[in-house]
Design a binder for this molecule. Structure first.
Ligand SMILES: [Zn+2]
Length: 289
């Protein structure tokens, strides 16, 4: 039976801080995004591109911060994603409304007033949505409202949705209280002939899989992903992905991947086997799987 790594769901001593920690950089990104919407002249699609860039930056930074406090609890991560999204949305609107009224100069005093009084902020947003602002003169109010609604939906729900999946595939060593890292130098290997790689791993361990996957890794091939605890070097997992490469009419290559199995617990000997097989040496260590 394959033994898979299962996240403990522990919050950790600093994990509960995740929503607060995630909200701070998120608010900063949101503020910059709000200002960019005014400072950058241009059509709607440019605003959409700026929003997308801001969102990608937002989920990256939230991922870092949630991981930095060693939170591996999905609910707390989702709460942090929601807090970050709302903080970014609020900061964007605070900067936007405290800049839109004065042309292109940001008014920090007006921003502080809006920060202290959310009701006033909501009223300012409603006033802008009702009357529009200079840049939207060429567009219908409906378009503008739809765009602002989509923006709110992305920031409020998007961050929440993404942070819930941030730890999928990640491994945490409870003994050393640290995240496992990707092991470098583990190469792709060819697909075994007429055999299911997961069944091979299940019945014969890593040794059987290595024996059945000799030769050049021409597509479709097997990608071996090994994660190891960098401190104790005792916790290791192996994930297998099938990679296909197809070519379209113009000859450009498209790569599609299919995860076969995720984070199966393997031994240090297994990792040694994989590393040795990569160097073209005959595997000689006994697999303990
Ligand atoms: Zn460890």
């Amino acid at each position: 039976m394959l033994k898979r790594y299962k996240a403990s769901g522990k919050i950790g001593p600093y994990g509960l801080l995740a929503p607060v920690v995630a909200a701070i950089p998120s608010a900063l990104i949101g503020g910059l995004y709000g200002y960019a919407q005014i400072a950058l002249p241009g059509p709607w699609f440019l605003c959409a591109v700026v929003l997308l860039v801001a969102f990608l930056l937002l989920i990256t930074v939230m991922g870092w911060t949630i991981k930095a406090v060693n939170c591996r609890n999905r609910r707390v991560a989702v709460a942090a994603g929601f807090a970050g999204g709302v903080a970014a949305w609020g900061a964007a609107w605070i900067v936007f409304t405290s800049t839109a009224g004065t042309g292109r100069r940001w008014d920090p005093a007006a921003a502080l007033v809006l920060l202290a009084d959310p009701v006033r902020l909501v009223r300012a947003i409603i006033a802008l949505a009702a009357g529009g602002w200079a840049k939207t003169a060429d567009h219908s109010l409906i378009t503008m409202r739809l765009a602002w609604g989509a923006e709110a939906l992305l920031l409020w729900a998007g961050g929440r949705a993404v942070t819930g999946t941030l730890f999928d595939g990640e491994v945490f060593c409870e003994l050393c209280e640290t995240w496992a890292r990707l092991k470098k130098g583990i190469s792709d290997r060819p697909m075994p002939d007429d055999k299911d790689p997961v069944a091979l791993l299940d019945h014969g361990g890593v040794r059987a899989l290595v024996d059945a996957t000799q030769g050049p890794a021409d597509p479709p091939y097997l990608r071996f992903t090994v994660r190891s605890c960098p401190v104790c070097n005792q916790l290791h997992t192996l994930s297998l992905t099938r990679v296909r490469v197809t070519h379209d009419r113009n000859g450009s290559a498209n790569t599609t991947t299919h995860d076969l199995v995720d984070n199966v617990l393997i031994t240090s000997c297994d990792v040694g086997l994989l590393a040795a097989a990569d160097q073209g040496q005959p595997p000689h260590m006994e697999s303990a799987a």
